[in-house]
Design a protein around this ligand. Sequence first.
Ligand code: IMP
Ligand code: MG
Length: 201
Amino acid sequence: MTETRRTLPRVTAPAPTQADGASGAAVGGAVGEVLVSAEDLQRRVRELGEAISRDYAGRRLLLVGVLKGAVFFLSDLMRFIDIPVEVDFMAVASYGSATDSSGVVRILKDLDAAIEERDVLIVEDIVDSGLTLQYLLRNLGSRNPRTLEVCALLTKPARRKVELQAKYVGFEIPDKFVVGYGLDYAERHRNLPFVAALERG
Ligand code: IMP
Ligand code: MG
């Protein structure tokens, strides 16, 4: 027993200031102030999972994860849901600059299955302008789900361009570009276990 344990790898969390490394600056940003710690993420994700389990008891819950940013949040969230639940994914691309979406959205990967009469909960990493979610709500809404709601880990109310109701929200954050826990800048920093502001270099 002890022999087996000794061969297991040690897992240690990366140190916040070193996680990015020197190469982070090469893509135009370094990891700055931590806005949501790993502990706060886990606590809040658990609360959201418990609320969803209560609210959707006895229903046919389908989580729709928006690739790629929501994958990390969704996989943690699902482990705190204790009612039958299924998962599907969509990938969308929003035309615009690296940090601003335009509202013109293209589907890169559609759902695997129909959602008619399903209780659909869209799981998103962050609501910024709200344009991506507005598009998804219209698109999925036209497929006749029984219910259609949104669960977003983060929201930046100051950036909102369209009126949008998310049934579940993890944290409100200030108007800063953030990375970590799924959120990227130029595909980097998704692996950070916390959410931090990006310092533009
Ligand atoms: P929206 O359409 O402006 O609401 O943008 C939504 C998408 O933009 C999110 O799903 C993210 O992929 C991305 N995004 C918005 N704000 C941030 C941020 O601060 N960091 C990383 N990605 C972001
Ligand atoms: Mg993104």
